[in-house]
Design a protein around this ligand. Structure first.
Ligand code: NAD
Length: 345
């Protein structure tokens, strides 16, 4: 069976430390017949030496435009603006099919260069995504929420290790566990949120669709923390979880971790919040000064735990790579999305 040459590129964003394939999986791929080349990177959480030890070739950062024909360039986030024309096959999150800002420019670059986009978001089996960062998004979103509730999150956040985060979660637990509610608890990010809250010693309530079908608002507001992990698109008819009116209602609720971050969407189930927050200003204060509701709605949470996020992403991506040469399985689904959109222009 033929094996494409995999080219792991350096990420363009200076704050992005994640990598799509970690050295242990690169070694497996090499023993399975793949050639794996890794670009040097000033930011990546995994040292280059680990890739060398795994048997990978190394090249300078940003050299992928000169990769041999047929090489598949693998990354996580956006490509740099140069070169203008893309001639290779690229695997990454391009955010190019839902009319996002800049999506036509991305598709134009592929059209002009004759390249191919296999967007990770559209790798699906039976309609379900097979490679995603949800678990660690939920984990870190819930962890920041509980730290804020304990008065331990002031100022900016930056990429961290799970060990440090867990030490802070365990070390700050008080005698009375906080009451924490996770909605969407059966999903990827919901499971991550439940795990972080458990490490933090919270009393965790798990809700998913059956519990929100008839929303018990008083029960919801009787938690200290809420972590919203639902996929809200398509949740038509669902009563919103927290609205502006709830700011003045009797409530125990003080912190909302909005992992979903659908802040500008009509489907937003936490409409009390209308803006994302950032690494530099992670917390928004809403409501009365004497009894605020604080919201954390960071839309790039997995980058805050770059090692764990890379390892789980790589573990999901690697078993799919043998099908890449034939564009079979989930690759066919992603390619179909590309063809449909690239031919629309
Ligand atoms: N902030 C970030 O950095 C970040 C990172 C990754 C994912 N996300 C977002 O987090 C959200 C969840 O992603 P995921 O991978 O965990 O999805 P998922 O599909 O694994 O899980 C979603 C869960 O929500 C539940 N759900 C849907 N509608 C519900 C409702 N009305 N009431 C209760 N539960 C409901 C589903 O049953 C499911 O269990 C997505 O919107 C995703 O885009 C955000």
């Amino acid at each position: 069976m033929s094996r494409p040459h995999l080219w792991i590129r350096a990420e363009a964003r200076p704050t992005e430390q994640r990598v799509p394939i970690v050295p242990a999986h690169a070694a497996q791929l090499i023993s399975d017949g793949f050639e794996v080349t890794v670009e040097e990177s000033p930011t990546r959480v995994v040292p280059l030496e680990d890739y060398v030890a795994a048997g990978c070739a190394t090249v300078p950062a940003g050299s992928w435009p000169d990769a041999p024909e047929g090489a598949v360039v693998v990354g996580i986030k956006e490509l740099p603006e140069d070169p203008a024309d893309l001639r290779h096959t690229h695997v990454f999150f391009a955010h190019a099919y839902k009319g996002q800002e800049g999506s036509q420019e991305v598709l134009d670059r592929f059209r002009r260069g004759g390249g191919e986009l296999l967007d990770v978001e559209y790798l699906t089996v039976g309609g379900k995504r097979v490679v995603a960062f949800g678990f660690w998004a939920g984990y870190v979103g819930a962890a920041l929420s509980v730290l804020r509730h304990r008065g331990l999150l002031d100022g900016a956040v930056a990429p961290m290790t799970r060990e440090d985060l867990d030490d802070r979660l365990r070390g700050s637990a008080g005698e009375t566990p906080e009451r924490a509610l996770v909605i969407g608890a059966r999903g990827r990010s919901g499971q991550g949120a439940v795990e972080a809250l458990t490490v933090a010693g919270c009393a965790v309530t798990r809700w998913d669709r059956p519990q929100t079908a008839r929303l018990d608002k008083a029960a919801l507001l009787d938690h200290d923390l809420l972590v919203n992990c639902v996929v809200s698109a398509g949740a038509g008819g669902q009563e919103a979880f927290v609205t502006a009116a709830d700011l003045d209602a009797p409530r125990r609720l003080r912190v909302v971790g909005d992992v979903t971050c659908d802040v500008t969407s009509e489907a937003n189930l936490v409409p009390v919040n209308t803006a994302v927050t950032t690494w530099t200003e992670p917390v928004r204060r809403l409501g009365p000064e004497e009894h605020p509701l604080e919201v954390i709605a960071i839309d790039n949470l997995p980058s805050l735990l770059p090692r764990e996020s890379s390892e789980s992403f790589s573990a999901e991506l690697t078993p799919l790579l043998p099908d890449l040469a034939d564009r079979a399985g989930p690759w066919a689904a992603s390619l179909e999305w590309f063809r449909r959109h690239v031919h629309q222009g």
